[in-house]
Design a protein around this ligand. Structure first.
Ligand code: HEC
Length: 177
């Protein structure tokens, strides 16, 4: 576990420990604050060994990117691998992710150069009830966050997948062992 992932632990998401801060200098952390900088850092470091590679091969995206691969934090692996990719809107969910679970989609252009990372991180219960508590973030290859929070265009496109905890999943035949 690197520090970026550790920062996504439940306690940091919840702002637990704030009571011990020297209250005079530091503002009380917002409850349920998500650490966007740590998420961006973890996304850019997608292949340094802390995230688990799910997509065996880069494949064209079902929407906009010539080449995508999906990586997940350890605590997201079981639920992500088990996602029913054929599930239809309104079906019962087959994937349920723990708080702090992180999913990173690595997107490349036609020339194979990194184009962006799109990231989902599961916040605590009540963080974002409309999207089953997911945080949405887009990060450039340089680590700059361009969109974060309840990003409407992300949510719009993922809405048909609400019944499977908002994720599309990777078909079993393209999953790493
Ligand atoms: C045009 C539709 C569309 C938009 C807009 C979109 N997504 Fe997705 N997303 C998909 C599809 C389809 C997949 C499945 C992988 C693929 O084919 O690219 C996916 C996969 C993902 C994944 C991998 C997990 C999974 O669902 O299997 C993440 C993480 C993700 N998207 C995050 C985001 C974020 C964050 C945004 C906004 C910044 C966003 N997406 C915007 C359609 C979309």
């Amino acid at each position: 576990m690197n520090s970026a992932i550790t920062l996504l632990s439940i306690s940091s998401l919840l702002g637990v420990g704030s009571a011990c801060d020297s209250a005079a200098q530091r503002p009380t952390p917002t409850p349920f604050a998500i650490d966007e900088a740590a998420i961006a850092e973890a996304a850019v470091a997608f292949d340094d060994g802390d995230l688990i590679q799910i997509s065996a091969a880069a494949v064209p995206s079902r929407h906009d990117s010539p080449s995508v691969r999906v990586w997940v934090s350890e605590d997201a692996e079981a639920a992500y691998r088990a996602t029913d990719v054929g599930a239809v809107a309104g079906s019962a969910g087959s994937a349920r992710f723990p708080v702090g679970a992180m999913i990173v989609k690595e997107q490349r252009d036609a020339a194979g150069a990194l184009a962006a990372f799109t990231v989902m991180v599961k916040g605590p219960s009540g963080y974002a009830p409309a999207t089953n508590d997911w945080h949405w973030q887009r990060v450039t290859p340089e680590g700059m966050t361009t969109h974060a929070g309840q990003v409407q265009f992300c949510i719009d496109c993922h809405t048909p997948r609400a019944g499977v905890d908002w994720v599309f999943g990777v078909p079993e035949q393209n999953q790493t062992p």
